[in-house]
Design a protein around this ligand. Structure first.
Ligand SMILES: NC(=O)c1ccc[n+]([C@@H]2O[C@H](COP(=O)([O-])OP(=O)(O)OC[C@H]3O[C@@H](n4cnc5c(N)ncnc54)[C@H](OP(=O)(O)O)[C@@H]3O)[C@@H](O)[C@H]2O)c1
Length: 272
């Protein structure tokens, strides 16, 4: 498994498994299958309601805790609520720590929310902390007040919205750019894009594999989600080919700076 190093030296897999909208009843089985397939990064959130089942799958897998990197996201606002919420997440997860905890989206009270993550970090409840859906100005505000610099920003990123500006900013701050919805949620116009389909055939891979490898070659961590076992294996198997420079440029040309549904408005590039 290829990895990236976070700003505190912690190593994180470059490809992970997303669990958004995976019902709790389906989560244990699917995460267990993902772990058996070879995934070592699992992405959950308080909002998804499946932290307990992710923890259960980890236990059932028989893997050691330090062999799997688990991210969760807090949706609380402010210090006290976040501290309590994170302790409840840990109880549900039923393991000693999370590898990464990020603020799911800005609420306006983010310095205080972030302070609770810093304390959890110092207390050993989490190995790295970061942000999600924060634009460059919002990330900078956190950095300016931080005692522990954020390691990551998890933001919507795919072929149709490559987040070039955020990527340059995050790289300049030593932060990792993590893509959510890397396959454009499988919506029409993404994996069936004719340029992508034609190029994928040339590399003897699927459009999903080409998309994920493209982001991987741009140093972006990806966390595709699937409930289909064939897709699960395919999305992890992206390191057997290298996209050449001309094709990378052609894929860059597909960028429309287009969010799937415009959320959150603050991420749109005219907002920062
Ligand atoms: N921080 C945030 O605010 C935020 C927001 C959204 C998502 N996320 C995280 O990012 C993860 C990924 O995003 P997402 O779940 O929204 O969307 P996604 O991973 O971009 O797309 C998932 C869709 O793609 C299809 N798919 C997956 N692999 C495929 C393949 N190889 N070939 C064809 N279709 C394929 C899936 O269908 P099948 O099941 O049929 O394969 C599903 O419909 C989430 O699960 C979550 O962990 C975070």
């Amino acid at each position: 498994m290829k990895t990236v190093k976070l700003n505190n030296g912690i190593v994180m897999p470059a490809v992970g498994y997303g669990t958004y909208q995976t019902a709790p009843a389906q989560t244990t089985e699917n995460v267990l299958q993902a772990l058996r397939t070879g995934y070592r990064l699992i992405d959950t959130a308080q909002y998804y309601g499946n932290e307990a089942e992710v923890g259960e799958a980890l236990t059932e897998s028989g893997l050691l805790r330090d062999q799997v990197f688990v991210t969760t996201k807090v949706q609380t606002s402010g210090y006290a609520e976040t501290k309590q919420g994170l302790d409840e997440s840990l109880r549900r997860f039923n393991h000693d720590y999370f590898d990464l905890v990020i603020i799911h989206w800005p609420t306006g009270n983010d310095a205080e929310t972030y302070r609770a993550l810093e304390d959890a970090y110092h207390d050993g409840k989490v190995r790295a902390i970061g942000l999600s859906n924060f634009n460059a100005d919002q990330v900078q505000e956190i950095i300016d007040g931080a005692t522990v610099e954020p390691a990551i920003d998890q933001i919507e990123t795919h072929l149709m919205w490559q987040q070039k500006r955020m990527h340059a900013y995050l790289t300049s701050r030593g932060m990792v750019h993590e893509s959510y919805a890397p396959l454009g949620e499988g919506q029409p116009g993404f994996l069936d894009n004719p340029v992508l389909v034609k190029m994928a055939a040339r590399y003897h891979v699927t459009p999903a594999q080409l998309t994920l490898r493209f982001m991987n070659q741009e140093n972006i961590v990806v966390i595709p989600k699937t409930l289909n076992r064939k897709h699960m294996a395919e999305n992890l198997d992206i390191f057997g080919f290298t996209i050449d420079q001309d094709d990378l440029r052609a894929l860059e040309g597909l960028d429309q700076k287009r969010a799937i549904d415009g959320w959150p408005a603050t991420m749109q590039e005219d907002q920062y």
